[in-house]
Unconditional design. Structure first.
Length: 240
């Protein structure tokens, strides 16, 4: 979306603007955003009819957090993305979060807000597997995938952009998470393109991929852990 590359907020009814997180706030965001990874799939099927926020609040004790710490995490998270003071409120014996003077985050709009915060800040929905065996295989597959990938932290990304694009750190701290990853992966593609051009000039048979092609930053890495059913079907035909 164009608004993501320009760092524009998304308006949600009864809540207001939801702003993408800036790099300078990333540490605070990381400390308080883990609760967003909880989805209905993490709860027993008997409770699927209940709103997600109600399920999380009802079971916060299982997260080894005190009630105060747990609710404070949500308040700090929502303050980061709304740019407004957020406090815990109660209506009809149900907890909710008051945003500014007139808006509320409650069980009716929480899931929409959760999805938007995750989308804006490139947080990927984690898979919840039906069996313990599948979960263990997924963990092994992810670890194997990570072993072959270079270890790159957000700090590494920022320093790379600073050097490669002549950006100061004071400039980069006001980038959104989406903007910082966009610049980083675009820079990598340009460097890779230049290197491949030189190799081709030296006689190497390399395919030149356009450095301006789609980055697809929204792609969920958990989707690639296992071979898809259609690919398995093709494999079975070959084996037979």
């Amino acid at each position: 979306m164009m608004k993501d590359i320009f760092g524009k907020p998304t308006y949600i009814i009864n809540v207001g603007e939801i702003y993408p997180v800036k790099v300078k706030d990333y540490d605070v965001f990381s400390e308080n955003s883990g609760l967003l990874y909880l989805s209905k799939n993490h709860f027993d099927g008997r409770f699927q009819q209940y709103p997600l926020l109600d399920l999380i609040i009802a079971s916060y004790s299982s997260l080894n957090l005190s009630g105060e710490d747990f609710l404070n995490q949500f308040c700090q998270l929502f303050e980061l993305v709304t740019y407004k003071k957020v406090s815990v409120s109660e209506s009809n014996k149900q907890l909710m979060f008051k945003v500014g003077e007139n808006n509320f985050i409650n069980s009716e709009n929480y899931e929409d807000i959760r999805k938007e915060i995750m989308r804006q800040n490139l947080m990927h929905e984690q898979k919840v597997y039906k069996t313990e065996l599948m979960r263990k295989w997924a963990e092994k597959a992810m670890k194997a995938k990570q072993k072959t990938a270079p270890k790159i932290s957000l700090e590494d990304i920022i320093t790379t952009i600073s050097v490669g694009c002549s950006k100061t750190y004071s400039e980069l701290e006001n980038y959104t998470i989406y903007q910082i990853y966009s610049d980083f992966y675009r820079l990598r593609k340009m460097v890779e393109y230049d290197s491949n051009v030189q190799f081709r000039c030296a006689g190497a048979d390399l395919k030149l991929e356009d450095y301006a092609e789609d980055l697809d930053l929204y792609h969920n890495p958990y989707d690639d852990l296992f071979i898809s059913a259609d690919k398995l079907g093709g494999l079975n035909k070959i084996v037979k």
